[in-house]
Design a protein around this ligand. Structure first.
Ligand code: CO
Length: 134
């Protein structure tokens, strides 16, 4: 069921500083900051050869990242994203085992314009997991 690692999302208190570290120190390919108001984040995409790192910063008062940064003021890993080929089949398999899908349970269009679901961190060793259909 599970495919490639698509990205690791890291919440950061200072997006410019984090982007500069990846670009200038690690020599990574780093995008310009992009506002994703539907997701309440400003994001910088760091493209690695086998996956992406997404540096997330809150955008707007109701950003889902804001509380996380309050609890983790230095920043931290927010979620990991795995690719699946059929998100509805993946959901059925998870739900059949009693695993929890966050929100409405319906796939929503994620930051890359593709359907995503988020899985409850308490079912996954404290890790928020995003599934993205590719
Ligand atoms: Co993500």
């Amino acid at each position: 069921m599970i495919g490639a690692l698509n990205h690791v999302a890291i919440a950061v208190p200072d997006l410019g500083a984090a982007a500069a570290l990846y670009r200038d120190v690690l020599g990574a390919e780093v995008s310009r900051p992009q506002d994703l108001p539907a997701h309440g984040v400003r994001v910088v995409f760091v493209t690695l050869c086998n996956a992406k790192i997404e540096l997330l910063h809150p955008l707007g008062e109701h950003s889902p990242i804001r509380g996380f940064l309050t609890r983790n003021p230095a920043g931290g890993i927010h979620h990991v994203c795995y690719e699946v080929s059929d998100i509805l089949a993946a959901r059925a398999r998870l739900v059949a085992r009693g695993l929890r899908v966050l929100g409405s349970g319906q796939p929503e269009i994620g930051a890359h314009g593709k359907p995503v679901l988020f899985l409850h961190p308490k079912d996954w060793a404290g890790t928020l997991i995003e599934l993205e259909e590719v």
